[in-house]
Design a protein around this ligand. Structure first.
Ligand code: GLC
Ligand code: GLC
Length: 811
């Protein structure tokens, strides 16, 4: 069952009922100001950091669901409704929500009145813009009132939702003409405020929630809307809001348009006030003047569309397979932008309070983003590296506002350092900008500890190299990629964090997965060394990589698949002798991607075992058999009920590792089959089961051991986005940026006749036609560029601002 459909020409997902299985959201803004917006106009805004600069309040895990946001009430006589249905939930005569790239349009009609709400964050602007268009479609004159309503958050979302003894006394606002200023804490240390404005002076307003909703009122039945109108309240403490009232008289067929904005403004310290106690509003007025008129609104919306044309245009496929084109050309890339911006901080599953930018997460997000805006990827790499500890290890996350590492989820995840090499490697391939290696970057944000980025990579590599266990495999530390494989934790008390309890690193517990990473990214490090002339260091690195490869092939090999780890007692994790958890997905994917066992046949055998033991119709589960009881020596992984999350869920993030691995051994049919099992566009028809948005990947789909097999959770913020784009664009469709050119090496289903790709790469456009007359999965027979044959399969760096015609014949 579907709740809408794709409109590829407009690059929108069109939701045709407000009663989606869960709120289906969009992200507005891709620079500094962000808004999460659901299909019924729920959501919230923040500036840079969802925890520290939250502009509007949102109550997670509340009932009814999703009742705070950017709602507009229409009052037509006795009838009160919202164009997005929520929160009043009055039945509508028609409803549609179009989630597009950086904007959303919600339209509802009732009783002869149509109301359309269009929201987006303009490029370069620190504000959300919202246009309301109300049309009288009846045959008689209509006297209506419309009321926009938002609830302010007192900046620090964590404090806002817990520290009521203080916060009920601090709220302050100012009202001036068509604008309401939220200035809580501005009197003392803050030099920022929020402003809600309209393009005309309203007929009424409220800024105290209690007055607008009523003391026991709710957003579903605001006293002011259902009663006598806004009261002109001025908030002192309690809950400051912005609500306005506009009384409209519409002749039959007539429309009225009102433009609203919600902005964030910072004032220099010396310009905080315009009079004692009165906020200096100059910047807010300028902001509103830049975008308050309908023409400015339209121009900003067009600029946004042009911006996305440019970004997505850098990689476009035309395959004849509608779902594939829609994922690659639109939604997967769009999601990569969102994960780049948010890391794992703010979604409808991540509260914006708990997790900032993840070290390993943000490094991996670069894989799907770097081709779009390499300059932003570059800046991100330097930010991440600046949080690294001098010994090469890392804070697990950092705060986007301060860019400083925090210990909320600790450190000592021993895979973290190697992901920095992965991110930088992807950047170097995309740009050829080896100059980045000379950038001087602090350790632990301490300028006195600054070193070139190259030294950061060296320490990443060295950290793993010097933290080996009894089998010569890397020590796992608190956990590796799998945050829940806590082999040194031994938590026996509820409430303890699995990620920060116990010694950070035991001397025994080892990870085969990190061993695979060390081979893959250690080789990348060695190649970088060679490129910059460090020949001896490159040789040493390669020798260490070879030793690791041997350790993985011996101590890490179980007979038919790669083992997962050794626990703190030296017992195998992920081996046939285990009672539960005999085989795990991660080492099969990572080790084969690293090429381990490719020649000896172990790689193909490991993948065969995945097929036999981990495959399901909805994707590959993380492990089997699922843990049915808590294993003290394994930690959080065994705390989840079977089939969920890391305990045998279909953890979508590492499915693409298997897809990539299948291409390493040349299985194009299998690779694409796996790709299509978890890709959202293919799951659209089962939206009632899937539950999450059919246009983006979710972190997890419940596995076969779960009651809700096939149901997804944690949409949007997942490494699945970057990895799937990376794998489909580079490993399957086979256009791989390389240091000295664009390498063409597809691995596709044998049945495909061919396809076209347009790829911008280092200031040139490559128009590539791939032909598969012999119906093979892999193998490039002939390549021509601009009519001339090329030897090998690496297209040169043209860098001439032109378009080049490339024809590739497989066979
Ligand atoms: C979450 C985390 C990611 C981790 C994964 C597996 O998605 O964001 O860092 O690798 O879970 O535990
Ligand atoms: C939980 C989740 C995991 C996530 C981790 C972050 O353990 O299961 O997916 O990565 O929290 O701390």
């Amino acid at each position: 069952m579907q709740f809408g459909h794709f409109d590829d020409a407009r690059r929108e997902y069109v939701i045709t009922t407000p009663r989606t299985p869960l709120p289906w959201i969009n992200y507005l803004g891709s620079e500094r100001f962000f808004t999460l917006l659901s299909n019924t106009a729920g959501g919230y805004s923040f500036y840079l950091d969802a925890r520290l600069r939250r502009l509007t309040r949102y109550r997670y895990n509340n009932a009814p669901l999703d009742s705070e946001g950017f709602h507009i009430y229409v009052k037509d006589g006795e009838s009160v409704w919202n164009p997005g249905w929520q929160p009043v939930q009055a039945d509508l005569d028609s409803y549609v929500c179009r989630h597009g790239l950086g904007y959303t349009v919600i339209e509802g009609a009732k009783g002869g009145v149509r109301a359309e709400q269009t929201l987006f964050v303009p490029l370069g602007g620190d504000c959300l813009l919202m246009r309301l268009r109300v049309t009288n479609e009846s045959g008689a004159e209509k006297r209506l009132s419309v009321f926009p309503y938002i609830e302010f958050c007192l900046w620090d979302a964590m404090d806002d939702s817990s520290n009521f003894q203080r916060n009920f006394s601090t709220g302050e606002v100012e009202i001036e003409g068509a604008a309401i200023y939220h200035k809580t804490e501005y009197r003392e240390r803050r030099d920022h405020y929020a402003v809600f404005w309209a393009d005309r002076v309203p007929d009424g307003f409220d800024t105290a929630r209690e007055k607008f909703l009523g003391t026991y009122g709710s957003p579903a039945r605001p006293a002011a809307v259902f009663g006598a109108g806004c009261t002109g309240s001025v908030a002192h403490g309690w809950q400051p809001i912005a609500a306005q009232q506009f009384d409209l008289t519409l002749a039959p067929g007539a429309s009225e348009t009102i433009i609203f904005g919600l902005g964030y403004v910072e004032n220099p310290r010396e310009e905080k006030w315009e009079a004692p106690g009165v906020v200096n509003k100059t910047r807010a007025r300028e902001m509103a003047a830049r975008c308050a008129s309908p023409a400015q609104f339209d121009a900003a919306l067009e600029a946004l569309a042009a911006y996305w044309d440019g970004l997505l245009g850098r990689y476009q496929v035309s395959s004849g397979e509608e779902k594939l084109d829609r994922m690659v050309n639109i939604w997967n890339q769009y999601q990569c932008m969102v994960t780049f911006n948010m890391s794992r901080s703010a979604s409808y599953f991540e509260s914006g309070m708990g997790r900032g930018m993840g070290f390993r997460d943000s490094c991996q997000d670069l894989l799907g983003f770097v081709h779009m805006i390499p300059e932003r990827a570059r800046a991100r790499i330097l930010d991440i590296a600046a949080t690294q500890f001098p010994d090469g290890s890392a804070y697990h996350q950092y705060q986007p506002l301060t860019k400083k590492g925090n210990l909320d989820v600790g450190s000592g995840f021993n895979d973290d350092p190697l992901w920095l090499i992965a991110g930088v490697d992807a950047y170097l391939r995309e740009t050829g900008d080896f100059g980045i290696l000379d950038e001087i970057v602090p350790f632990d944000n301490d300028e006195s500890l600054s070193q070139p980025l190259l030294e950061h990579l060296r320490r990443s590599f060295r950290f793993t190299k010097t933290h080996l266990g009894p089998h010569g495999l890397p020590l796992i530390g608190r956990a590796d990629w799998n945050d829940c494989l806590n082999l040194n934790c031994f938590s026996e008390h509820p409430g303890e964090s699995f990620q920060i309890t116990g010694p950070s690193e035991g001397p025994v517990a080892e990870s085969v997965f990190i061993g695979g990473m060390f081979v893959k990214y250690g080789r990348a490090w060695a190649a970088i060394c060679r490129r910059v002339g460090l020949m001896e260091e490159a040789d040493e690195a390669e020798a260490a990589v070879s030793r690791m490869e041997q350790a993985v092939l011996t101590a890490g090999w179980d007979g038919a698949w790669f083992r997962r780890a050794y626990d703190a007692f030296g017992q195998v994790v992920g081996g046939k002798e285990c009672e539960e958890g005999q085989i795990f997905i991660e080492p099969q994917g990572m080790c084969v991607m690293a090429g381990i066992g490719k020649d000896s046949g172990q790689a193909a055998q490991a993948l065969e075992s995945v097929k036999e033991r981990l495959d399901t119709k909805y994707g590959i589960v993380l492990l089997q058999p699922a843990y049915t009881r808590y294993h003290l020596e394994l930690g959080e992984i065994s705390s989840y009920p079977p089939g969920y999350k890391e305990n045998a869920g279909i953890f979508c993030h590492n499915n693409p590792w298997i897809i990539a691995a299948e291409t390493v051994v040349g299985h194009g049919d299998r690779a694409f089959d796996l790709y299509s099992r978890i890709a959202p566009a293919w799951r659209e028809e089962i939206s009632d089961l899937h539950k999450m948005e059919p246009y983006v990947y979710s972190q997890m789909i419940a596995g076969k051991d779960a009651k809700n097999f096939g149901q997804a959770k944690n949409s949007w913020l997942t490494g699945t986005a970057a990895w799937n784009f990376y794998v489909i664009s580079q490993y399957i469709l086979g256009v791989k940026p390389d240091w000295d050119g664009l390498k063409i090496d597809p691995c596709i289903p044998a049945g495909w006749d061919g396809y076209k790709i347009s790829r911008s790469f280092r200031n040139a456009v490559y128009d590539i036609r791939i032909e598969n007359p012999g119906h093979v999965c892999r193998g490039v027979k002939r390549v021509t560029a601009d009519g001339r044959e090329i030897s090998g399969n690496v297209l040169p760096v043209f860098s001439d601002g032109r378009t080049h015609e490339v024809v590739v014949t497989l066979g």
